[in-house]
Design a protein around this ligand. Sequence first.
Ligand code: XMP
Length: 324
Amino acid sequence: MREANIDIGDYEAKMIDEIRAQVGDSDVLLALSGGVDSAVCAALLAKAIPGRLHCIFVDHGLMRKHEGDEVEAAFRDRDLNLIRVDAAVRFLNKLAGVTDPEQKRKIIGEEFIRVFEEESKKLSGIKFLAQGTIYPDIVESGKTEGSANIKSHHNVGGLPEDMAFDGLVEPLRGLYKTEVRALGRNLGLPPELTERQPFPGPGLAVRCIGEITHEKLETLRDADAIFREAVDNFAAESSTERPDQYFAVLTDTRSVGISGDVRAYGYTVALRAVKTKDYMTCEYVPLPHDLLGSVAVQIVAECADVGRVVYDITGKPPATIEWE
Ligand code: XMP
């Protein structure tokens, strides 16, 4: 059981002492995903054991617009060894022709492990593996605190179980998500990382319905960036809370339209914005029609192969938050 009220400054100091005591003068490896947990874990370890943290960031090419560069920029000036692996082409080749959602997830998970293994083999003498496991992960997986369990549920970051390490370093294991964000702010991480909405491990693959191609991913990235920016601006200007998750989906449905004087046959983009406490259930957020209308105009104007925009007004259940 964890204490009810955690002071973030105290927690940080305590974990820095604990990490140093646990790893001694050894080096530590971490899989950086771009998500809040692994980012905060990396920043904390870089502070605790400067120069002895090695981060492998597998860029699978399924990130949102500019996301890979944002992650890299946030860590450029910290005392860690960041290896960014540009594996986009490799993942796209594996995904070519695949339309089944479960199959996509499986391929991405397996390929992630393969790339991570290949890269980690190039490093020698690393004794510890760090993970951004947080308190709800421990509660959900039914593990008692301190038990060595490679985090695998629901995530692309599920690492091979047979990798040989002397131990696991999990310095966020006593924190809830909001506390992890606060610790990240304390450690000076930028808001693009600390305030990031949840993003599935398989990335845009589960938001690009049907076959995944480079062109479709680019279209989705552009549409998604337009929608997120509009929602962020609206929330800031109207002092309303941002939805807990909001994103675009590129459906596989095309429909007839007019572009100039010519008949067009573009894709349909679906927008989704939800409010949720635990991501097990959610309600759709009734965003104002004028906001949705102007986003639709901008998406169709700027994304050449999109001809129609719809808004998803389904809750969970019966729908899931993601479309795949
Ligand atoms: P669903 O779509 O099941 O999503 O309602 C619930 C929450 O989980 C996220 N999600 C994932 N996260 N790997 C992840 O790390 C996944 O494969 C995955 N699938 C869904 C989703 O974004 C939402 O926050």
